[in-house]
Design a protein around this ligand. Structure first.
Ligand SMILES: Nc1nc2c(ncn2[C@@H]2O[C@H](COP(=O)(O)OP(=O)(O)O)[C@@H](O)[C@H]2O)c(=O)[nH]1
Ligand SMILES: [Mg+2]
Length: 310
């Protein structure tokens, strides 16, 4: 199969028929062998019955209905597990992403050799209070991750099949699939400017919290990617430095007291810094040990992605 289109959705009943017929028009014109995978993530409108009707009329549709709402990452994870196409494209269900982009994205993966191509809503049809924080968010994300993308949050992305089978999206990590992919060794990451429509039906389900949570998630992805398999190297280094600093401060103060008979070393700021640094250093060190024990017991401690084994 050439192409799997994964569409996570929540309460998008009005948009779905239009979206499906548009996708069908585009992919059938290209002659792809394709599938559309809808994941209804606990919709409370009649999205699911609309999907059932669409599926009855189009055998290329498969669909999953969650018993409750689990979030976009969960929906993508289940969708990714089910894909059979060589190229996987994700898109939003709200018609803000245009299916006309599919052929070009497909070609960038299958022809140009990209592992992952992210859409970039360069000209966005969203209100300013959404565009501004998004710009800042993406600038920080791009700088921290070292991946030169302008629009991490874009729902329209294309992947080589191996990528979606290798990375595990969980929590709200769907924003950071490019970062997860990079850590997994898929470094050929591209970007394509895509058309963006204003929302026609329904309403946006994500508010400002996405930026706070998204930033914390980026820190986690970065940390787990870099130190996930060797946490002691992070905590141990900091812990030893802090402990040594504390030790030196207190040794100096002890020397001042014993040799120079200095009174009142407990009144000197250095005394408190010294004690604090010793305690913090020990804590960091112990955190490192605990993290090592957690890692030793984790099912993924020896997960490595092997590209070739001949
Ligand atoms: N699986 C899943 N999809 C969701 C959820 N919330 C929104 N979506 C889908 O994610 C896409 C983007 O959501 P939208 O509300 O348009 O976000 P915005 O365009 O960034 O404001 C749409 O296809 C939504 O149906 C959710 O809780 N779970
Ligand atoms: Mg939207």
């Amino acid at each position: 199969m050439d192409l799997s289109i994964v569409i996570p959705l929540k309460n998008e009943a009005e948009s779905l028929p239009e979206l499906e017929s548009w996708i069908r028009r585009v992919v059938e014109a290209q002659g792809y062998a394709y599938e559309i995978i809808f994941i209804d993530d606990g919709s409370t409108d009649n999205s699911w019955s609309v999907i059932e009707q669409l599926q009855a009329a189009n055998p290329n549709i498969r669909s999953v209905k969650f018993r409750r709402n689990y979030g976009k990452s969960a929906a993508l994870h289940i969708g990714f597990q089910r894909t059979r196409g060589n190229v996987v494209i994700t898109m939003d269900a709200d018609l803000q992403d245009s299916p006309d982009e599919i052929p070009a994205l497909y070609d960038m993966i299958s022809g140009d050799g990209y592992d992952l191509v992210s859409g970039w809503k360069k000209k966005r049809h969203d209100p300013l209070e959404k565009r501004l924080p998004s710009k800042l968010f993406n600038a920080v994300a791009s700088w921290m991750s070292g991946i030169k993308l302008h629009d991490f949050n874009c729902g329209l992305k294309a992947y080589r099949s191996a990528v979606v089978k290798a990375v595990e999206v969980y929590g709200e990590m769907h924003r950071w699939i490019p970062v997860l992919a990079k850590w997994a060794g898929f470094t050929n990451i591209g970007e394509k400017v895509v058309e963006h429509q204003a929302r026609k039906y329904g309403y946006s389900k994500f508010g400002w919290e996405r930026y706070v949570n998204g930033f914390l998630d980026l820190l986690s992805v970065y940390f787990v990617g870099k130190f996930g398999k060797r946490p002691m190297h992070f905590f141990g280094t900091l812990g030893v430095l802090s402990f040594l600093a504390g030790f030196v401060f207190l040794a100096y103060l002890s020397w001042a007291k014993l040799v120079y008979k200095e009174y009142g070393i407990a009144d000197r700021p250095l005394f408190y810094f010294g004690i604090l640094a010793l305690i913090v250093g020990t804590q960091l060190f112990l955190t490192g040990f605990l993290a090592e024990i957690v890692n030793r017991n984790s099912a993924s401690r020896n997960d490595y992605l092997i590209e070739k084994d001949v």
